[in-house]
Design a protein around this ligand. Structure first.
Ligand SMILES: Cc1ncc(COP(=O)(O)O)c(C=O)c1O
Length: 413
């Protein structure tokens, strides 16, 4: 047994100073609570059903046919081609699959490698807050500093004045997550245009996180790379996990101008070098699925969104109907909750449900303190079970007999 402390824990004596404070994620804490209490886990952002069987079969076939050794560093040619064809098919963006596409270990590796590759120590990265929790960790590893621009409830509009004010001589790039986790917001045309205008005016790079690109229920996803002056300065990142319900496969990609992709590849080759050999051909199959697949995946999740949001509203939460993604935010203030972090820590014990406070995705932000993130990428019966349990907030206290064990799973962000 190792005597080294958990490298993720707070104030580890062995953890490098630039990483101190990252701590154990609330997701790990909440998942442990879910396990211990038999809670319905709506903290976890992965589906409880598998993706298309033909894609799973393609992975099985790849394993059986011996595609189990290191693939090429940039990813197998057929997947790079499939990524390029996908960008052309859905967005009209033409890419050279040899030089402008890099396969990565999920979007997380692409984003981390991008920050490591593109930022000097002390550089600043502008990002909308709340933000996905790997961003501060990636910035810390790169020695870069996040400059947060608020998305303000209840509309979660991007504060464009704050965006303009956030640019300093140290700004290197803008990290843009749309569709957005945790708000479920799809950036509007005017917001993307403003980001593009600032990038061009100040000669900044952009890195996008588009992992929910196909899970849009209202409006439509617009890649930042398509805006004037952006193709040559944008690294677009996405992954197969969310779109195809195979989050554990961790196959993602970065695409954009060859020099940007080459810089990221330089870092990536010493992080993982490669990953997911048999999953890569399967993801190539997935990206070529007919339009009907993409529409049906979004339609199914839309139904799950509606079920959860209607239920939460009925229970008295202030609900911001998400336009995309896996998550809905509920404002617990109408229930008399001012501190959602405390509320979420108590929730498993009180009613057997796990959810995540939005404060886990931001620094001190009093305006988001009462918001809770619920994952709706779960079967309808699981959502119904969670809602039934949450109704207990209004009824007799916790630990009630008759609570049934609920499906739980691995930690997610
Ligand atoms: C906004 C966002 N980016 C990236 C990821 C991670 O993607 P991957 O699993 O492909 O690394 C997630 C997963 O929850 C996410 O919500």
């Amino acid at each position: 047994m190792s005597d080294r402390p958990d490298p993720g824990s707070r104030r580890s004596p062995h953890l490098a100073s630039r990483l101190q404070g990252l701590g154990t994620t609330i997701f790990a804490e909440m998942s442990a609570l879910a396990e211990a209490t038999g809670s319905v886990n709506l903290g976890q952002g992965f589906p409880d059903t598998d993706g298309p069987p033909e894609v799973a079969e393609a992975a099985v076939l790849a394993i059986r046919s011996g595609r189990n050794q290191y693939p090429p560093g940039a990813g197998i040619p057929e997947l790079r081609l499939a990524v390029a064809e996908h960008r052309l098919r859905f967005y009209g963006q033409a890419l050279d699959s040899d030089t402008e596409v890099l396969v990565t270990a999920g979007a997380t590796e692409a984003l981390t490698a991008a920050l490591l590759a593109l930022c000097e120590t002390g550089d600043e990265v502008i990002v909308a807050e709340p933000y996905y929790d790997s961003y501060p960790a990636a910035a810390a590893r790169a020695g870069a500093r996040l400059r947060a621009v608020p998305l303000r409830p209840p509309s979660w509009d991007l504060d464009l004045d704050a965006l303009a004010d956030a640019v300093t001589p140290r700004t290197r790039l803008v990290l843009v997550n749309s569709p957005h986790n945790p708000t479920g917001r799809v950036l509007r045309d005017r917001e993307l245009a403003a980001i593009a205008e600032i990038c061009v005016r100040h000669d900044l790079l952009a890195v996008t996180d588009e992992v929910y690109e196909h899970l849009v229920y209202d409006g439509r996803h617009r890649p930042l790379a398509l805006y004037p002056g952006m193709a040559e300065r944008t690294l677009s990142v996405s992954s197969a996990g969310k779109t195809f319900s195979f989050t554990g496969w961790k196959v993602g990609w970065a695409c954009g101008p060859a020099p940007l992709v080459a810089a990221v590849r330089t870092v990536k080759q010493f992080l993982t070098y490669v990953n997911g050999a048999p999953f890569q051909p399967a993801v190539a199959v997935a990206l070529g699925m007919p339009d009907g697949y993409f529409a049906a995946a979004a339609a199914a999740l839309r139904q799950q969104r509606d079920r959860l949001c209607t239920g939460l509203e009925g229970l008295g939460f202030g609900v911001c109907l998400p336009e995309a993604g896996y998550f809905a935010l509920g404002d617990a203030a109408p229930l008399g909750v001012g501190d959602a972090a405390r509320f979420c820590r108590e929730l498993p014990g009180r009613v057997g449900v796990v959810a995540i406070p939005v404060s886990a995705f931001s620094e001190q932000r009093p305006d988001v303190a009462s918001f809770v993130r619920f994952a709706f990428c779960k079967r309808l019966e699981v959502l119904d079970e969670a809602l039934g349990r949450l109704a207990g907030l209004q009824g007799p206290p916790a630990g009630s007999p008759g609570m049934t064990a609920a499906p739980t799973g691995p930690v997610e962000r």
